[in-house]
Design a protein around this ligand. Structure first.
Ligand SMILES: NC(=O)c1ccc[n+]([C@@H]2O[C@H](COP(=O)([O-])OP(=O)(O)OC[C@H]3O[C@@H](n4cnc5c(N)ncnc54)[C@H](OP(=O)(O)O)[C@@H]3O)[C@@H](O)[C@H]2O)c1
Length: 229
């Protein structure tokens, strides 16, 4: 892995991914909305920025050219097919054989085998209802984005994040194939470690065509799982 593109680089997750990628010595290209370019000032001179909407196919085409890996933040924000447009642009324009890593939340299910707690279901229902009401969030479009990824034959991985918190890194999160598995019960991950998992996935072929649901490695449920091994 030599050159990677980070689509949605200006967000919190994106900026952590930029730092992890630079730490590994990768050449880094970032895509973010024009008005957010200033958020990447701390990396000035160390990364190349392509300003533009992440669902703009022309912007993505230029940004991913020559990249071995593409890390994409699939945001649920906006109601203009922003997530699905972003995913489609990356799937269509990334160089053949590139590793494609996408982020989303636990609410995405790949095979319908995830088991959600009652409180999780209530929260997602309220979030979706509020989002539709305010026209700020479109969870259904993130579902559509992932449906397109799951049926695509590129080298993809969809990393499904638990609830997130800020704080120092605790190390690489642990993962399981299905929400509801005991190891995931704590449902919390440091955002910096979510980013770490995304960047590490670039070089982990075991994660190709997987949708790992992740949780912090020092959470009670992860530690209990390790102790029972
Ligand atoms: N927050 C959580 O608890 C949580 C839980 C599980 C999974 N996730 C997943 O983690 C990823 C990052 O989430 P995050 O919460 O950490 O957010 P984040 O990193 O701060 O990212 C927010 C992203 O959304 C973009 N954005 C914000 N408003 C937008 C709009 N109106 N139109 C288009 N783009 C917009 C931002 O771009 P600008 O910089 O241009 O504003 C930025 O790239 C997402 O894939 C999310 O599904 C989050």
């Amino acid at each position: 892995m030599k050159k990677v593109c980070i689509v949605g680089a200006s967000g919190k997750l994106g900026q952590y991914m930029v730092q992890h990628a630079l730490d590994r010595g990768y050449e880094v290209v970032g895509v973010c909305r024009e008005r957010s370019v200033g958020k990447l000032d701390p990396f000035k001179g160390r990364i190349t920025v392509f300003p533009g909407a992440t669902n703009d196919r022309e912007v993505i085409k230029k940004a991913v050219a020559g990249c071995d890996g593409v890390l994409t933040v699939l945001v649920p924000w906006g109601v203009h097919q922003y997530s699905s447009g972003t995913a489609q642009a990356v799937l269509d324009q990334a160089p053949p054989g590139a590793r494609l890593i996408f982020s989303c939340g636990w609410h995405i299910t790949r095979d319908g085998q995830d088991v959600y707690s009652q409180s999780f279901k209530v929260t997602m229902k309220a979030f979706g209802w509020f989002g539709r009401l305010t026209r700020a969030v479109d969870l259904d479009d993130q579902v559509e984005a992932c449906r397109r990824i799951f049926t695509n034959d590129t080298q993809w991985t969809v990393v499904r994040g638990s609830d997130l918190e800020e704080g120092e890194s605790q190390g690489l999160p642990v993962w399981s194939q299905h929400v509801g598995d005991p190891i995931l019960e704590s449902n919390i991950t440091r955002r910096v470690d979510f980013a770490l998992f995304m960047v590490e996935a670039l070089e982990n072929d075991e994660l190709i065509h997987e949708a790992p649901a992740i949780v912090g490695c020092l959470t009670p449920s992860a530690l209990a799982h390790a102790a029972n091994k």
